[in-house]
Design a protein around this ligand. Sequence first.
Ligand code: FES
Ligand SMILES: [Fe+2]
Length: 366
Amino acid sequence: MNFHTEDVATTLPARYYTDPGVFNDELEHFYCQTWICAGRVGQIPSPGDYFLREFAGESIIIVRDDRDRIQAFFNVCRHRGTRICPSAEGRFTGRIQCGYHGWTYALDGRLIGAPHMHDSFSREDYPLNRVHADTWDGHIFINLAAQAEPLAKQLADLPQKFAHWRMGELKLYRRVSYDVRANWKLIILNYNECLHCPILHPALNAISDYLSGDNDPPHPSYIGGSMEFHDGVQTMSRDGKLRRAYLPGLTEEERHKVYYYAVYPNLLLSLHPDYVMVHTLWPRAVDRTEVICEWHFHPDEMAKQNFVGDDAVEFWDTTNRQDWGISELSQAGIGSRAYRPGPYSRRENLPRAFDQMIRNRQKAHS
Ligand code: FES
Ligand SMILES: [Fe+2]
């Protein structure tokens, strides 16, 4: 049968993966004008604790202030613009001081010291430039836009949908950072289909059914769905055995599935019966993305003497590397002069929906 071209959804043209102009435009829109996941509340448990997030040429300080609020600021001194904080994480001792001429800021961003300024100088006029910050269930989100819609609006029904995992209670067990030579969108596309699982992930395919589960209808803020285990399998690990209690709060159905959601633009949530894996994507160039992967477990389990988490880490670290490897090969092939957009199958509906979202956005902004 012959299809008209409009009947066949195709992958995006090469420029979406190779053109630095398209890349910068996407960075500006997705990373600088919407809410992005910056990290976890547990990274900054005490007043003064901070970490930096660097993307799109910006450096953002995320800090817990004296009143236990999470604040975010551009890492730019209001005196002569110097980057104030050079270290990726640490603890400010009650104040944030620029290393150039000593302008000093409170943890809530107020300028509290400006040596040598004239008498009529008003400190109130020079606080740190604020970035919107909010949290969802243990995840910190930031938004660089001057006017930001509420985080809750962008997240839509996700907080309700994933309330049973009680992510805010979970604790970090392991963090691994990967440098992937592929465009950020290729990583999202790879994450959202498992037709590649039998070929690329034999270990994963042995324990979960790649054609099982349901996808949600694509939402403007996210895409995702669930996958079921094979009979007798209890979680995602090399042997599929459960080595920890189920997360409290899950229904019987939720104990038998893994839920995979890409929350635009940079959060991949993989919700397991006994742990949660979180990827955040940090585009570094049109063909390069830093991926930070974290494994979070319930603190009651982690407190047990015989707690193990490495089965989950090793399983997904192997799977991650397989996914990054194929994403790098995708990037390499799409860069060829021979590349033309190729046809999606009807089972690749989430990647198709993601591409459509990208196309629609570009249309709306051109
Ligand atoms: S540039 Fe920061 S104190 Fe002068
Ligand atoms: Fe994969």
